[in-house]
Ligand binder design. Structure first.
Ligand code: ADP
Ligand code: ZN
Length: 343
Protein backbone atom coordinates (compact mmCIF):
# COMPACT_ATOMS: atom_id res chain seq x y z
CA UNK A 1 0.00 0.00 0.00
CA UNK A 2 1.30 3.49 -0.84
CA UNK A 3 -0.34 6.83 -0.26
CA UNK A 4 0.24 9.94 -2.37
CA UNK A 5 -1.27 13.20 -1.26
CA UNK A 6 -2.16 15.58 -4.07
CA UNK A 7 -2.95 19.28 -3.66
CA UNK A 8 -5.63 21.14 -5.56
CA UNK A 9 -6.13 24.78 -4.56
CA UNK A 10 -6.09 24.54 -0.78
CA UNK A 11 -7.43 20.97 -0.68
CA UNK A 12 -5.47 17.81 0.03
CA UNK A 13 -6.56 14.56 -1.60
CA UNK A 14 -5.10 11.22 -0.47
CA UNK A 15 -4.70 8.50 -3.09
CA UNK A 16 -4.18 5.15 -1.44
CA UNK A 17 -2.88 2.63 -3.96
CA UNK A 18 -2.91 -1.16 -3.72
CA UNK A 19 -5.23 -0.86 -0.76
CA UNK A 20 -8.16 -2.85 0.52
CA UNK A 21 -11.62 -1.40 1.14
CA UNK A 22 -11.24 -2.35 4.82
CA UNK A 23 -8.71 0.50 5.07
CA UNK A 24 -11.64 2.91 5.06
CA UNK A 25 -11.20 2.50 8.82
CA UNK A 26 -8.35 5.02 8.57
CA UNK A 27 -10.90 7.68 7.63
CA UNK A 28 -13.94 6.94 9.79
CA UNK A 29 -15.51 4.32 12.03
CA UNK A 30 -17.57 1.75 10.12
CA UNK A 31 -20.79 3.08 11.66
CA UNK A 32 -20.05 6.62 10.45
CA UNK A 33 -19.65 5.47 6.84
CA UNK A 34 -22.45 5.33 4.28
CA UNK A 35 -21.57 3.56 1.05
CA UNK A 36 -23.24 4.76 -2.14
CA UNK A 37 -23.06 2.22 -4.94
CA UNK A 38 -24.97 0.77 -7.86
CA UNK A 39 -27.11 -2.36 -7.97
CA UNK A 40 -24.43 -4.49 -9.70
CA UNK A 41 -21.62 -3.70 -7.29
CA UNK A 42 -24.02 -4.04 -4.33
CA UNK A 43 -24.91 -7.58 -5.36
CA UNK A 44 -21.43 -8.82 -6.42
CA UNK A 45 -19.71 -7.28 -3.37
CA UNK A 46 -22.46 -7.74 -0.79
CA UNK A 47 -20.02 -9.48 1.56
CA UNK A 48 -17.26 -6.85 1.32
CA UNK A 49 -19.77 -4.07 2.01
CA UNK A 50 -21.60 -5.81 4.83
CA UNK A 51 -19.78 -3.84 7.57
CA UNK A 52 -21.34 -0.57 6.39
CA UNK A 53 -24.68 1.03 5.73
CA UNK A 54 -25.26 0.86 1.98
CA UNK A 55 -27.52 2.85 -0.34
CA UNK A 56 -27.65 1.51 -3.87
CA UNK A 57 -29.34 2.66 -7.05
CA UNK A 58 -29.94 1.03 -10.43
CA UNK A 59 -26.70 0.75 -12.45
CA UNK A 60 -26.27 2.65 -15.69
CA UNK A 61 -25.78 6.12 -17.13
CA UNK A 62 -29.60 6.47 -17.57
CA UNK A 63 -29.84 6.72 -13.77
CA UNK A 64 -27.34 9.57 -13.46
CA UNK A 65 -30.24 11.96 -12.98
CA UNK A 66 -31.68 14.27 -10.35
CA UNK A 67 -34.36 11.74 -9.39
CA UNK A 68 -31.67 9.29 -8.24
CA UNK A 69 -30.06 12.08 -6.20
CA UNK A 70 -33.43 12.85 -4.56
CA UNK A 71 -34.00 9.17 -3.72
CA UNK A 72 -30.57 8.92 -2.12
CA UNK A 73 -31.11 12.09 -0.10
CA UNK A 74 -34.46 10.80 1.17
CA UNK A 75 -32.75 7.59 2.30
CA UNK A 76 -29.97 9.55 4.03
CA UNK A 77 -32.63 11.56 5.86
CA UNK A 78 -34.49 8.40 6.87
CA UNK A 79 -31.23 6.98 8.22
CA UNK A 80 -30.76 10.25 10.15
CA UNK A 81 -27.33 10.78 8.65
CA UNK A 82 -25.79 13.95 10.00
CA UNK A 83 -22.83 16.08 9.05
CA UNK A 84 -20.32 13.86 10.84
CA UNK A 85 -20.91 11.00 8.40
CA UNK A 86 -18.57 10.02 5.59
CA UNK A 87 -20.09 9.20 2.20
CA UNK A 88 -18.06 6.73 0.15
CA UNK A 89 -18.88 6.11 -3.50
CA UNK A 90 -17.94 2.56 -4.51
CA UNK A 91 -18.32 2.06 -8.24
CA UNK A 92 -17.70 3.44 -11.71
CA UNK A 93 -17.96 7.00 -12.95
CA UNK A 94 -21.73 7.14 -12.52
CA UNK A 95 -21.39 6.31 -8.82
CA UNK A 96 -18.49 8.71 -8.20
CA UNK A 97 -20.27 11.58 -10.02
CA UNK A 98 -23.47 11.07 -8.02
CA UNK A 99 -21.65 10.59 -4.70
CA UNK A 100 -19.68 13.82 -5.09
CA UNK A 101 -22.86 15.68 -5.97
CA UNK A 102 -24.95 14.28 -3.11
CA UNK A 103 -22.11 14.94 -0.68
CA UNK A 104 -21.76 18.52 -1.82
CA UNK A 105 -25.46 19.36 -1.37
CA UNK A 106 -26.77 17.13 1.46
CA UNK A 107 -27.16 19.38 4.52
CA UNK A 108 -24.87 21.79 2.62
CA UNK A 109 -21.98 19.38 2.52
CA UNK A 110 -20.56 16.15 3.92
CA UNK A 111 -17.09 14.63 3.75
CA UNK A 112 -16.75 12.10 0.96
CA UNK A 113 -14.30 9.71 -0.68
CA UNK A 114 -14.23 7.20 -3.51
CA UNK A 115 -13.40 3.57 -4.11
CA UNK A 116 -13.42 3.50 -7.92
CA UNK A 117 -14.15 0.06 -9.40
CA UNK A 118 -13.70 0.68 -13.15
CA UNK A 119 -10.51 1.59 -14.99
CA UNK A 120 -12.24 4.71 -16.26
CA UNK A 121 -13.20 5.85 -12.78
CA UNK A 122 -9.71 5.03 -11.41
CA UNK A 123 -7.82 7.14 -13.95
CA UNK A 124 -10.41 9.76 -14.81
CA UNK A 125 -13.87 10.13 -13.27
CA UNK A 126 -12.82 9.94 -9.60
CA UNK A 127 -10.17 12.63 -10.09
CA UNK A 128 -10.69 16.35 -10.38
CA UNK A 129 -13.77 17.04 -8.29
CA UNK A 130 -16.29 17.33 -11.12
CA UNK A 131 -19.54 15.72 -10.14
CA UNK A 132 -23.19 15.94 -11.05
CA UNK A 133 -25.97 14.49 -13.15
CA UNK A 134 -27.43 14.62 -16.66
CA UNK A 135 -30.66 16.39 -17.53
CA UNK A 136 -32.67 15.30 -20.58
CA UNK A 137 -30.21 14.82 -23.44
CA UNK A 138 -27.63 17.14 -21.83
CA UNK A 139 -24.71 15.38 -20.12
CA UNK A 140 -23.23 16.68 -16.87
CA UNK A 141 -25.16 19.95 -17.08
CA UNK A 142 -25.91 20.06 -13.34
CA UNK A 143 -23.20 19.72 -10.73
CA UNK A 144 -20.48 21.24 -8.62
CA UNK A 145 -16.71 21.05 -8.41
CA UNK A 146 -15.67 19.70 -5.04
CA UNK A 147 -12.65 17.52 -4.28
CA UNK A 148 -12.97 14.20 -2.43
CA UNK A 149 -11.04 13.62 0.80
CA UNK A 150 -9.49 10.43 -0.55
CA UNK A 151 -9.52 7.96 -3.42
CA UNK A 152 -8.85 4.39 -2.34
CA UNK A 153 -7.63 1.94 -5.00
CA UNK A 154 -8.64 -1.64 -4.29
CA UNK A 155 -7.79 -3.60 -7.44
CA UNK A 156 -9.62 -6.71 -6.26
CA UNK A 157 -12.83 -5.10 -7.58
CA UNK A 158 -11.42 -5.38 -11.10
CA UNK A 159 -11.73 -9.16 -11.05
CA UNK A 160 -15.39 -8.82 -11.96
CA UNK A 161 -15.02 -5.92 -14.39
CA UNK A 162 -16.43 -6.91 -17.82
CA UNK A 163 -13.93 -6.91 -20.68
CA UNK A 164 -15.67 -4.05 -22.49
CA UNK A 165 -15.27 -1.87 -19.40
CA UNK A 166 -11.51 -2.51 -19.40
CA UNK A 167 -11.40 -1.44 -23.04
CA UNK A 168 -13.55 1.61 -22.23
CA UNK A 169 -11.10 2.82 -19.59
CA UNK A 170 -8.07 2.44 -21.81
CA UNK A 171 -9.44 5.10 -24.16
CA UNK A 172 -8.82 7.69 -21.41
CA UNK A 173 -5.34 6.28 -20.75
CA UNK A 174 -4.47 6.63 -24.44
CA UNK A 175 -5.90 10.15 -24.29
CA UNK A 176 -3.67 11.05 -21.35
CA UNK A 177 -0.60 9.76 -23.20
CA UNK A 178 -1.52 11.69 -26.35
CA UNK A 179 -1.98 15.05 -24.64
CA UNK A 180 0.83 14.96 -22.11
CA UNK A 181 3.16 12.00 -21.94
CA UNK A 182 5.17 10.52 -24.83
CA UNK A 183 6.91 8.10 -22.42
CA UNK A 184 3.55 6.75 -21.26
CA UNK A 185 2.54 6.48 -24.93
CA UNK A 186 5.62 4.37 -25.72
CA UNK A 187 5.06 2.14 -22.71
CA UNK A 188 1.44 1.31 -23.58
CA UNK A 189 2.56 0.69 -27.17
CA UNK A 190 4.81 -2.04 -25.79
CA UNK A 191 2.00 -3.87 -23.97
CA UNK A 192 -1.38 -5.40 -24.63
CA UNK A 193 -4.55 -5.06 -22.61
CA UNK A 194 -4.16 -8.67 -21.43
CA UNK A 195 -0.75 -7.81 -19.88
CA UNK A 196 -2.40 -5.24 -17.62
CA UNK A 197 -5.31 -7.56 -16.83
CA UNK A 198 -2.93 -10.28 -15.66
CA UNK A 199 -0.25 -8.29 -13.85
CA UNK A 200 -1.36 -6.17 -10.89
CA UNK A 201 2.08 -4.55 -10.46
CA UNK A 202 2.11 -3.45 -14.09
CA UNK A 203 -1.47 -2.22 -13.81
CA UNK A 204 -0.83 -0.36 -10.57
CA UNK A 205 2.15 1.40 -12.11
CA UNK A 206 0.02 2.43 -15.10
CA UNK A 207 -2.83 3.66 -12.89
CA UNK A 208 -0.50 5.64 -10.63
CA UNK A 209 1.07 7.37 -13.64
CA UNK A 210 -2.34 8.28 -15.03
CA UNK A 211 -3.56 9.51 -11.65
CA UNK A 212 -0.46 11.71 -11.29
CA UNK A 213 -0.91 13.07 -14.81
CA UNK A 214 -4.55 13.97 -14.27
CA UNK A 215 -3.86 15.56 -10.86
CA UNK A 216 -1.06 17.60 -12.37
CA UNK A 217 -3.42 19.03 -14.99
CA UNK A 218 -6.28 19.66 -12.56
CA UNK A 219 -3.95 21.29 -10.02
CA UNK A 220 -2.83 23.76 -12.69
CA UNK A 221 -6.37 24.66 -13.68
CA UNK A 222 -9.15 23.36 -11.43
CA UNK A 223 -11.80 25.55 -13.06
CA UNK A 224 -11.01 24.42 -16.63
CA UNK A 225 -9.89 27.68 -18.14
CA UNK A 226 -6.67 26.48 -19.82
CA UNK A 227 -4.75 23.23 -19.37
CA UNK A 228 -7.70 21.25 -18.05
CA UNK A 229 -9.42 21.80 -21.40
CA UNK A 230 -6.77 19.48 -22.90
CA UNK A 231 -8.48 16.57 -21.15
CA UNK A 232 -11.32 17.06 -23.61
CA UNK A 233 -9.13 15.70 -26.41
CA UNK A 234 -11.37 13.44 -28.53
CA UNK A 235 -14.43 14.43 -26.49
CA UNK A 236 -16.07 17.14 -28.61
CA UNK A 237 -16.80 14.75 -31.46
CA UNK A 238 -16.77 11.81 -29.03
CA UNK A 239 -19.69 13.10 -26.93
CA UNK A 240 -21.73 13.82 -30.08
CA UNK A 241 -21.11 10.27 -31.34
CA UNK A 242 -21.86 8.76 -27.93
CA UNK A 243 -25.19 10.58 -27.74
CA UNK A 244 -26.18 9.74 -31.32
CA UNK A 245 -25.16 6.10 -31.60
CA UNK A 246 -25.41 4.83 -28.01
CA UNK A 247 -21.90 3.40 -28.01
CA UNK A 248 -19.64 3.29 -24.96
CA UNK A 249 -17.93 6.50 -23.89
CA UNK A 250 -14.43 5.08 -24.50
CA UNK A 251 -15.31 3.87 -27.99
CA UNK A 252 -16.77 7.25 -28.90
CA UNK A 253 -13.72 9.08 -27.50
CA UNK A 254 -11.40 6.81 -29.50
CA UNK A 255 -13.20 7.78 -32.72
CA UNK A 256 -13.17 11.42 -31.61
CA UNK A 257 -9.39 11.25 -31.07
CA UNK A 258 -8.88 9.95 -34.63
CA UNK A 259 -10.95 12.84 -36.04
CA UNK A 260 -8.96 15.28 -33.88
CA UNK A 261 -5.68 13.81 -35.18
CA UNK A 262 -6.74 14.40 -38.78
CA UNK A 263 -7.83 17.95 -37.97
CA UNK A 264 -4.48 18.48 -36.25
CA UNK A 265 -2.64 17.40 -39.40
CA UNK A 266 -4.21 20.19 -41.40
CA UNK A 267 -4.44 22.86 -38.68
CA UNK A 268 -1.46 22.47 -36.36
CA UNK A 269 1.13 20.67 -38.48
CA UNK A 270 0.67 17.36 -36.65
CA UNK A 271 2.66 14.66 -38.40
CA UNK A 272 0.73 12.03 -40.36
CA UNK A 273 3.08 9.33 -39.04
CA UNK A 274 1.95 10.20 -35.49
CA UNK A 275 -1.71 9.87 -36.49
CA UNK A 276 -0.80 6.42 -37.80
CA UNK A 277 0.76 5.52 -34.44
CA UNK A 278 -2.28 6.70 -32.49
CA UNK A 279 -4.67 4.81 -34.79
CA UNK A 280 -2.54 1.70 -34.34
CA UNK A 281 -2.55 2.07 -30.54
CA UNK A 282 -6.34 2.53 -30.46
CA UNK A 283 -6.73 -0.69 -32.47
CA UNK A 284 -4.22 -2.50 -30.26
CA UNK A 285 -6.47 -1.77 -27.28
CA UNK A 286 -9.53 -3.06 -29.14
CA UNK A 287 -11.16 0.33 -29.58
CA UNK A 288 -12.82 1.53 -32.80
CA UNK A 289 -11.15 4.13 -35.05
CA UNK A 290 -14.18 5.16 -37.10
CA UNK A 291 -17.94 4.90 -37.51
CA UNK A 292 -20.32 5.64 -40.35
CA UNK A 293 -21.99 8.83 -39.19
CA UNK A 294 -24.73 11.24 -40.08
CA UNK A 295 -22.58 14.36 -40.19
CA UNK A 296 -25.48 16.80 -39.85
CA UNK A 297 -26.69 15.13 -36.65
CA UNK A 298 -23.20 15.15 -35.22
CA UNK A 299 -22.64 18.80 -36.12
CA UNK A 300 -25.93 19.77 -34.45
CA UNK A 301 -24.73 18.22 -31.20
CA UNK A 302 -21.25 19.75 -31.51
CA UNK A 303 -22.97 23.13 -31.71
CA UNK A 304 -24.62 22.42 -28.35
CA UNK A 305 -21.20 21.74 -26.78
CA UNK A 306 -20.23 23.65 -23.64
CA UNK A 307 -16.98 24.67 -25.34
CA UNK A 308 -18.64 26.52 -28.20
CA UNK A 309 -17.61 30.13 -28.79
CA UNK A 310 -20.06 31.67 -31.28
CA UNK A 311 -19.55 30.04 -34.68
CA UNK A 312 -16.28 28.50 -33.55
CA UNK A 313 -15.59 25.47 -31.42
CA UNK A 314 -12.80 25.46 -28.85
CA UNK A 315 -11.14 22.28 -30.04
CA UNK A 316 -8.24 20.27 -28.62
CA UNK A 317 -5.60 19.48 -31.25
CA UNK A 318 -2.20 17.84 -30.99
CA UNK A 319 1.07 19.50 -31.94
CA UNK A 320 2.80 16.17 -31.38
CA UNK A 321 2.24 13.04 -29.33
CA UNK A 322 2.45 14.35 -25.76
CA UNK A 323 1.61 17.97 -26.53
CA UNK A 324 -1.91 19.34 -26.92
CA UNK A 325 -3.11 22.82 -27.87
CA UNK A 326 -6.47 24.58 -28.03
CA UNK A 327 -7.63 26.20 -31.25
CA UNK A 328 -10.84 27.96 -32.17
CA UNK A 329 -12.08 26.11 -35.24
CA UNK A 330 -14.99 27.19 -37.45
CA UNK A 331 -17.81 24.65 -37.38
CA UNK A 332 -17.66 24.47 -41.20
CA UNK A 333 -14.06 23.20 -41.05
CA UNK A 334 -15.16 20.44 -38.69
CA UNK A 335 -18.07 19.55 -41.00
CA UNK A 336 -15.77 19.33 -44.03
CA UNK A 337 -13.40 17.01 -42.19
CA UNK A 338 -16.17 14.77 -40.93
CA UNK A 339 -17.53 14.43 -44.48
CA UNK A 340 -14.06 13.66 -45.80
CA UNK A 341 -13.27 11.04 -43.14
CA UNK A 342 -16.61 9.25 -43.15
CA UNK A 343 -16.99 8.97 -46.95
P1 ADP B 1 -17.84 4.38 -15.97
O1 ADP B 1 -16.85 4.13 -14.90
O2 ADP B 1 -17.40 3.85 -17.29
O3 ADP B 1 -18.30 5.80 -16.01
P2 ADP B 1 -20.33 3.11 -14.87
O4 ADP B 1 -20.33 3.66 -13.51
O5 ADP B 1 -21.57 3.30 -15.68
O6 ADP B 1 -19.15 3.55 -15.75
O7 ADP B 1 -20.00 1.55 -14.81
C1 ADP B 1 -20.10 0.77 -15.97
C2 ADP B 1 -20.78 -0.55 -15.67
O8 ADP B 1 -19.85 -1.42 -15.05
C3 ADP B 1 -21.96 -0.45 -14.74
O9 ADP B 1 -22.95 -1.36 -15.19
C4 ADP B 1 -21.41 -0.90 -13.40
O10 ADP B 1 -22.39 -1.48 -12.59
C5 ADP B 1 -20.39 -1.92 -13.83
N1 ADP B 1 -19.24 -2.08 -12.93
C6 ADP B 1 -18.50 -1.09 -12.37
N2 ADP B 1 -17.47 -1.60 -11.68
C7 ADP B 1 -17.57 -2.95 -11.79
C8 ADP B 1 -16.82 -4.03 -11.29
N3 ADP B 1 -15.70 -3.84 -10.59
N4 ADP B 1 -17.24 -5.30 -11.57
C9 ADP B 1 -18.35 -5.49 -12.32
N5 ADP B 1 -19.09 -4.52 -12.84
C10 ADP B 1 -18.72 -3.26 -12.57
ZN1 ZN C 1 -13.97 10.82 -21.08
Amino acid sequence: MTTHTYHISNKKIDCIFQASISQLENYAADNAIVILTDSKIASVYHQQLSAYRVISFEAGEANKIQETVDQIILQLLEMEIDKDALLVGVGGGVVTDITGFVASIYKRGLRFGFVPTTILAMVDAAIGGKNGVNIGPYKNMIGTILQPWFILYDYSFLQSLPHEEWVNGFAEIIKHACIKDPVLFASIQQHQLSDYMQDTELLSDLIQKNVALKFEIVALDEMEKNERLHLNFGHTIGHAIENTYQIKHGAAVAIGMVVACHLSESLSGFDLSQTVQIVQLIKQYQLPTGIEMDVDRIIKLVLADKKRAGKDIRFVLLNSIGEAAIQLIPIETIRTHLIEYTS
